[in-house]
Ligand binder design. Structure first.
Ligand SMILES: [Fe+2]
Length: 405
């Protein structure tokens, strides 16, 4: 009897244990997902050149993170972040640049993060390690003769536009028909937290392309707004941690400018915390040097991204100050093309007496006004198509290579 009772209790306790083990799986797994470290989003690629790329991802907990990578089939190299003699660690937002890539080659990579549980004095205590699947990207060749890109603008917190436009108009057959993607400002209305950045921009890009192809976020006036706006640059990699810069891909020199806010710095909405006049003047000084650089001068094509066009974009202060600061230089530089957003009215403006280059402005966030701009660059010409969400081509340019003195 006694042994029967013990056996019964043992059985009960085993059942209890089993029932705990087999507790409602959703509850158990959700609870552990909340607790355990995981990749919040990523990896996503930034700033790709012929021999470098920056791999970014966000972990749930603070970690020591690295990238395992290599040209060809195997991930035989390892890169960490590095700052002032310290290997980057105890952080969540990872920005690791691979600098010894092979031009024009497929590379495999995966991300690895080991949780840092804490410090005991100066000693680090490590937790579990998480590893991503292996992904592939291809670097551009040294003398790349052609490439394609697509441009979004003014998504305004409607992340569903990203798959809608890309899957409908960015593919040829079932293959993505672009090498990189530009978000030309105003991805958000205003930015209040990391979750918004992840859900409304980074995650949709990772789901579709960003593990394999890089993207650029150009600052629009709406990225300047909200409590989180000053943290946005932490989530992206730029050549020199600035929103204005230039880079060369194949036959094209790209210049990215930051048009800043649309109203005057003393507008009551900005609470005395804006200094965009000064910022645009600093960019003008930088642009003066850029258009005299050999990289700019020798490039067969020069394309400018700027959220607010200095022309055909109303007469608010931002537009007029961009016109005053950048207009004469862009005319002098004989750029081939400027691509903008902001007005929410798609349009193609041919050269006129105020600007000697064509300006293409993408549409707004609402159905029937959304556009995807496709640009195909070859050594002979730039071909641009602006496609509305219903498939109608609403802008078309073919720009042959200019003869320059
Ligand atoms: Fe805008």
């Amino acid at each position: 009897m006694h042994s029967d009772r013990r056996s019964f209790l043992e059985k009960m306790s085993q059942m209890g244990a089993l029932s705990l083990l087999s507790a409602p799986p959703t509850l158990a797994s959700n609870a552990s997902a909340e607790e355990k470290n995981h990749v919040v989003v990523g990896p996503y690629l930034q700033n790709m050149g012929t021999n470098e790329v920056t791999v970014m991802w966000i972990t749930h907990k603070n970690c020591l993170s690295w990238v395992e990578y290599g040209a060809g089939m195997f991930t035989y190299k390892r890169a960490v972040g590095y700052n002032n003699g310290l290997i980057e660690a105890n952080n969540r937002i990872n920005k690791i640049t691979l600098t010894d890539l092979k031009p024009g080659a497929d590379h495999k990579y995966r991300i690895v993060s080991t949780e840092i549980l804490g410090y005991k004095g100066s000693k680090v205590e490590f937790g579990e390690t998480i590893t991503s699947p292996t992904y592939t990207f291809k670097t551009p060749a040294e003398n790349e003769e052609e490439f394609k890109l697509v441009v979004f603008n003014d998504i305004h917190d409607r992340p569903q536009l990203i798959p809608q436009l890309l899957y409908r108009h960015g593919y040829t057959g079932n293959k993505p028909d672009y090498d990189f993607v530009v978000f030309n400002g105003d991805c958000f209305d205003w930015v209040t937290e990391e979750r918004q950045m992840v859900d409304h921009l980074i995650k949709p890009t990772v789901d579709i392309f960003a593990t394999e192809k890089p993207f650029i976020l150009t600052q629009g006036n709406h990225e300047c707004r909200g409590s989180f706006s000053r943290h946005i640059p932490n989530y992206f990699a730029y050549p020199e941690t600035k929103y204005y810069y230039a880079f060369t891909r194949g036959p094209v020199r790209f210049v990215v400018l930051d048009s800043g806010e649309d109203k005057t710095d003393d507008s009551v909405e900005y609470g005395g915390l804006s200094a965009f006049d000064r910022y645009r003047e600093t960019q003008r000084t930088w642009l003066e040097k850029e258009i005299e650089s050999s990289e700019f001068k020798k490039a067969p094509f020069r394309v400018v991204f700027i959220h607010i066009s200095p022309y055909h974009s109303g007469d608010w202060h931002g537009t007029l100050h961009c016109r005053e600061q950048f207009g004469p230089l862009l005319n002098k530089a004989q750029i081939d093309l400027q691509i903008s957003g902001h007005t929410h009215r798609y349009a193609t403006h041919q050269p006129d007496t105020t600007h000697n280059y064509p300006i293409v402005i993408g549409g707004g966030p609402l159905e029937g006004q959304r556009t995807l701009i496709r640009l195909h660059a070859t050594t002979k010409e730039l071909r641009l198509n602006m496609i509305r969400d219903d498939g109608e081509v609403v802008g078309k340019l073919t720009l042959p290579k200019k003869t320059r003195p």
